[in-house]
Design a protein around this ligand. Structure first.
Ligand code: GDP
Length: 426
């Protein structure tokens, strides 16, 4: 990906998240000097398998495993408890973290009261959130009443702000009929504990990235979730609270869009989604269970079973457009090894008419009927394939069809959980 004219690469999920971005980022991070997260919070979970073991990271960019310098951008909402738990776990597993991880002084903090609010609301609204306080933290950010990392520099003011937020949260919890209450003392103690540990890691992240670009370094901007969960472009309201798409990378890091040279979209060779909301190519229960078991489709953060179905070209074509994808990384092709036939969603029908792009209205998306094309399976293990030329012809034909339908070139194909189980398409 990186080269003389490609210094700044964005990696995004091009479906509903969990596409295997963690592994792709891990592979690319080998060549990156700087890896930056730009949105989302502790609801994102990357699982990365390395020789040193399995790592599940929610807040820290997985580039840390490769020794890259990692940044948490201003567009991220930072859960300090998860962040430090992860940092300590990495250090305990022998990963060097000193001078390797920094946090934007403009990133907003997720505090315990946000989680209480999230859970109380989810009981009523059933969006399928992870209950980690992400939505309420973004609400406070846009409501201009949030607490940012840099605010810990003035502890008296931070305490005052948080005390007011705790009081108003408790009023809302009472209105929602929740028995939970946020504890002002617990929050105060948390701020006191956090400030001395977090402030030394705080930087002007946009400036750090800008200066690294000036030095000609390789920079990877890592998205969480996927395009169809983008707050603007996803299946609203069943979406996350941030801009997961590539435009969000510029804003969430603090650089201009012209600094971005390439955008790689990660897609599974099939489709999954966690939580509620439409999933047009969802497979019938027995097939969905088979895909789920073969692909280990259970949430890295919550353990929730994922809903599973076939590749949906309407979704990926849409993701290509709204992200400006310059390439695709297809993951988990090996999960389809044993299928004799593989359906691919090539379009939708709605009220008797053909629809070839994603409707905005969730009720309409719910009613679309996918149009399938069935391709032959390869029925062979792909685990040891490292070159495109060594793929069975049916697997090659499957990829060619996905590429044509998606209208973006495939740059990587992943055939297993391990770092070396990847085919680079030159
Ligand atoms: P992310 O948030 O997009 O990184 O998604 P997850 O963390 O949920 O990653 C997906 C899971 O799939 C992880 O357990 C990966 O190890 C695994 N995975 C990634 N690529 C492949 C692949 O090509 N084949 C198989 N079988 N598993 C993969």
């Amino acid at each position: 990906m990186f080269g003389p004219k490609t210094h700044c690469v964005v990696v995004v999920g091009a479906q509903w998240g969990d596409e295997g971005k963690g592994k792709v980022v891990d592979v690319l991070a080998e060549r990156a000097d700087l890896v930056v997260r730009y949105q989302g919070g502790a609801n994102a979970g990357h699982t990365v398998h390395t020789a040193a073991g399995e790592f599940v990271l929610h807040q820290i960019p997985s580039g840390i495993l490769q020794g890259a310098v990692c940044l948490v951008g201003n567009g991220v909402v930072l859960d300090p408890e998860t962040f430090f738990t992860e940092l300590d776990a990495l250090a305990a597993q022998g990963i060097k973290t000193d001078h390797k991880i920094f946090v934007s002084d403009r990133a907003h903090l997720t505090l315990p009261f946000h989680k209480l609010l999230d859970r109380a609301r989810e009981k009523r609204e059933r969006i399928g959130t992870t209950g980690r306080g992400i939505g309420p933290t973004y609400e406070d950010k846009y409501g201009r009443r949030g607490l940012r990392v840099g605010d810990l520099g003035n502890l008296a003011r931070a305490r005052e702000l948080v005390a007011a937020r705790v009081a108003s949260t408790n009023e809302i919890l009472a209105l929602l009929g929740s028995p939970d209450r946020a504890d002002a003392g617990e929050h105060r103690a948390m701020l006191d504990r956090l400030a001395p540990r977090l402030l030394p890691l705080a930087v002007d992240a946009g400036r750090v990235v800008y200066e690294a670009l000036e030095r000609g370094e390789a920079i990877l901007l890592e998205g969480a979730q996927g395009a169809l969960l983008d707050v603007d472009h996803g299946t609203y309201p069943y979406v996350t609270s941030s801009n997961t798409t590539a435009g969000g990378a510029a804003v969430g890091v603090g650089i201009g869009p012209t600094a971005i040279d390439a955008v790689l979209g990660v897609v599974k060779a099939y489709t999954t989604r966690v939580g509620n909301g439409p999933l047009p190519t969802e497979a019938e229960p027995a097939v969905a269970t088979r895909i789920r078991d073969l692909g280990g489709e259970f949430g890295a953060t919550t353990g929730r079973p994922r809903r599973c179905g076939w590749f949906d070209a309407v979704v990926v074509r849409y993701a290509v457009r709204v992200n400006g994808l310059t390439g695709l990384a297809v993951t988990k092709l090996d999960v389809l090894d044993t299928f004799a036939e593989i359906p691919v969603g090539v379009g939708y029908r709605l009220d008797g008419e053909q629809v070839d792009s994603m409707p905005a209205d969730v009720e309409r998306i719910d009613r679309v009927e996918p149009i399938y094309e069935t391709l032959p399976g390869w029925q062979k293990s792909l685990a040891d394939v490292r070159r495109l030329a060594d793929l069975p012809p049916a697997a090659r034909a499957y990829l060619d069809r996905l590429q044509d339908l998606a209208r973006a070139p495939i740059r990587y194909v992943s055939v297993g959980t391990h770092r070396d189980q990847i085919i680079e398409v030159s």
